[in-house]
Design a protein around this ligand. Structure first.
Ligand SMILES: Cc1cc2nc3c(=O)[nH]c(=O)nc-3n(C[C@H](O)[C@H](O)[C@H](O)COP(=O)(O)O)c2cc1C
Length: 359
């Protein structure tokens, strides 16, 4: 990553966004605009990911990234009761939408091993990991293939562990971020630290390139990040409504509804904390959701799919960061352009408390 980050014309990474928004077209558009595009491998089978890699290569000659979720072992005996209780609450509402709850698979590992095998057989430039640090053998094998490894972290302890495991760069995710928090312990309550705070605390721990993210929507924020010592910024929400994003019509409508005015971090949809625009589903179920990822995700999936097919954005996950109201429509290249620093910014020591208003 170090070398790839150095080669970037513009220090802007398009965040991997699983569940639809990340497309080969978005990756290519961001690459062509001088940034770094990412495919989201989460929720996909290895074959589906292989197809997307092929499609992306046909659209861009530049290197790109692939993101994977690191699976955790589930404790069925401990969690079955709370999952059943949650399912009972959801069932009645699901029926109203004509949906059944999804089947539970306690052995779901998100095809992690198959996807790693794919990425070793047919390497890409960068692989980033979310929800944890992959096994050491995976990091070593990727390095042997010439692939650079990024680990997403949400606090200094995770940063230290990722650096010790041999990550080439860290993606520091602040609390304003859209989508899932990457807390390595799925049951932990995520902190509320902004990327500015985390950057300040992680810089002394890891002498690695640091990518920062969470609520970054403006050029001023990007300039501040680079001045503060970040190697690049990673933006998700800023690209959600672009032409090339695969964001569903229902999600686009929800994200554009100005009567929805707040975002929230909730386990209601998946069992892991994730930030999205606050809608009826969050209002009704947030307080009851058990911290059992991805089992809660499996249960709610058909409900979300039925709501999406109906154009009902009150019942789908509207994942987005705190800055979603300023997400732009139009080409992704225009978003890269709008974020890119117009003047040369030099890294400076980060003073405590600075820039919090920008985060
Ligand atoms: C719709 C959506 C889906 C996301 N999916 C992923 C994912 O698959 N993998 C991942 O590492 N991060 C994912 N994220 C989080 C981003 O990597 C990043 O942390 C976040 O977008 C940064 O905050 P921002 O959305 O305010 O820019 C997702 C974010 C959004 C908004």
């Amino acid at each position: 990553m170090t070398s790839l980050l150095r080669r970037l014309e513009r220090p802007i990474v398009a965040a991997p966004m699983a569940g639809g928004p990340s497309t080969p077209e978005l990756v290519a558009a961001v690459n062509d605009a001088g940034g770094l595009g990412f495919l989201a491998g989460g929720y996909l089978t290895a074959n589906a990911l292989a197809d997307r890699i092929v499609e992306t290569r046909a659209l861009t000659a530049a290197g790109f990234g692939v993101n994977l979720f690191v699976p955790a072992d589930l404790d069925r005996d401990r969690d079955l009761g709370s999952v059943q209780e949650y399912a009972d609450r959801l069932r009645f509402s699901a029926r109203r939408l004509g949906a059944k709850l999804g089947r539970v698979d306690w052995h779901d590992r998100d095809h992690f091993e198959d996807k790693v095998t794919l990425l070793l057989d047919d390497p890409v430039a960068v692989v980033s990991f979310t929800f944890g640090i992959p096994p050491q053998a995976v990091i070593d094998a990727l390095h042997e293939c010439g692939t650079e490894v990024v680990v997403t972290v949400t606090d200094p302890d995770e940063a230290l562990a990722a650096a010790r495991a041999g990550a080439d760069a860290l993606c520091i995710q602040g609390a304003a971020a859209g989508g899932h928090r990457s807390t390595h312990d799925a049951t932990a309550i995520p902190n509320e630290d902004s990327w500015t705070e985390l950057l300040r605390r992680c810089r002394s721990i890891a002498a690695l390139p640091l990518i920062v993210c969470g609520g970054i929507m403006t050029r001023a924020q990007v300039e501040f990040a680079i001045r503060s010592g970040a190697a690049a910024v990673q933006c998700g929400t800023a690209f959600l409504l672009t032409d090339e994003a695969g964001t569903s019509t229902t999600a686009r409508a929800g994200l554009s509804d100005r009567t929805l005015t707040r975002s929230a971090v909730t386990r209601a949809f998946s069992g892991r904390p994730a930030r999205g625009v606050r809608n009826e589903f969050i209002e009704q179920f947030d307080e009851f959701a058990p911290p059992v990822y991805p089992v809660v995700d499996q249960i709610t999936k058909p409900v979300r799919a039925a709501a999406a097919a109906d154009g009902n954005y009150q019942w789908v996950s509207l994942w987005a960061g705190t800055g979603w109201e300023s997400a732009r429509t139009g080409p992704a290249a225009a978003v890269v352009e709008s974020l890119h620093p117009t003047r040369l910014v030099h890294p400076q020591p980060l003073r405590e408390g600075t820039g919090a208003d920008l985060d």
